[in-house]
Design a protein around this ligand. Structure first.
Ligand code: BDR
Ligand code: CA
Length: 315
């Protein structure tokens, strides 16, 4: 059983990643969820994940984190996630539960330092909380198994042509995390798109149970962007982190050096992937694992079967 803490900015795909972890609780134990400003304000992101937990009747500690990137003003991703960060879920009751009375980095520090075995951090938003955690309490890295992040890209981008949103939003934080020496796995944009869920598969959730219907409703909003672009599928980005933990064999990957472009005029937040080979690689002892592709059918099967399991568990 792998113990994990989720850190993210829920967010449609952050919520689905959480559900995927919950649905596979025989393999993953979720110790907590820390939130950060990203897709929406940290207040909205915290309220969103609590709303989902309350809807299911599950109680997992949620700790609110930073409300802005390290050195730059906050700018949301409302274009993709709506003003609330989870548009499409308005008809579901607002959260009645509250976050724990600890800042995210205090919660992370206390959980990591009191752990008897190593814990995997799964990050799905800007890396602000994790950067400050690693700088303030560097001793926690001894209990971090690795960080599996939705972040970065091998060659492409979404926030910018060559930069992915989570890294672009707080590149200074990303640089700290990438330079920390903790082992990193990058669920890149390319791997996420390779495992896109077809609109027809999303449609099949409509007649499912309590969880499938929620996921159907939020995907209805989240998939607007794909539909506008004429695509037949949606990349549920953050879910890729959990899929990797559950079934790494679904993915193709390469281990390589990756650096963060902090200040590029056209490339801020670019993950500069160096796979030129051993002659050039400067720190081969700490390469990042860069996910490059995915077996789409296996992604879809795991996603849909987990939704069914959750429907049976939460009625
Ligand atoms: C990432 O950005 C956010 O909008 C999503 O939640 C995901 O974490 C994709 O680039
Ligand atoms: Ca996210």
């Amino acid at each position: 059983m792998r113990k994990i803490i989720l850190d993210g900015d829920p967010g449609h795909d952050d919520v689905i990643a959480f559900l995927m972890a919950l649905g596979n609780s025989d393999q993953l134990e979720v110790l907590g969820f820390t939130t950060v400003a990203g897709n929406s304000t940290v207040e909205n992101c915290t309220a969103n994940i609590l709303k989902i937990m309350d809807y299911l009747g599950v109680s997992i500690p949620v700790a609110a984190g930073y409300s802005a990137p390290l050195c730059r003003p906050f700018d949301s991703a409302a274009k993709f996630h709506g003003e609330t960060g989870l548009d499409g879920a308005a008809a579901y009751p607002a959260a009645h539960s509250k976050p724990v009375p600890l800042h995210a980095i205090e919660f992370l520090k206390e959980t990591l330092l009191s752990a008897e075995e190593k814990i995997t951090l799964v990050t799905m938003g800007p890396l602000t909380n994790i950067a400050i955690l690693l700088k303030t309490f560097p001793q926690v890295s001894e209990t971090i198994e690795e960080i599996v992040m939705m972040g970065g890209s091998y060659a492409t981008g979404n926030a910018l042509p060559k930069a992915e949103f989570n890294i672009y939003a707080d590149p200074d934080a990303a640089k700290i995390v990438f330079d920390s020496g903790v082992h990193l796995v990058l669920a890149t944009i390319e791997a996420c798109f390779a495992g896109g869920i077809l609109l027809t598969e999303q449609e099949s959730l409509k007649d499912g149970g309590k969880v499938s219907r929620l996921v159907y409703d939020i995907l209805k909003f989240y998939s607007r962007y794909a539909i506008t672009n004429g695509w037949d599928r949606t990349a549920i980005f953050d879910m890729t982190t959990i899929l990797y933990l559950l079934a790494p064999e679904i993915f193709t990957y390469k281990d390589m050096r990756v650096d963060i472009e902090v200040n590029g005029v056209y490339t801020r937040g670019m993950t500069v992937c160096d796979d030129r080979g051993p002659t050039y690689i400067k720190n081969p002892e700490n390469p990042k694992r860069v996910l490059l592709g995915a077996d789409r059918q296996r992604v879809a099967d795991l996603f849909l079967s987990t939704m069914k399991k959750l429907d049976e568990r939460y009625r």
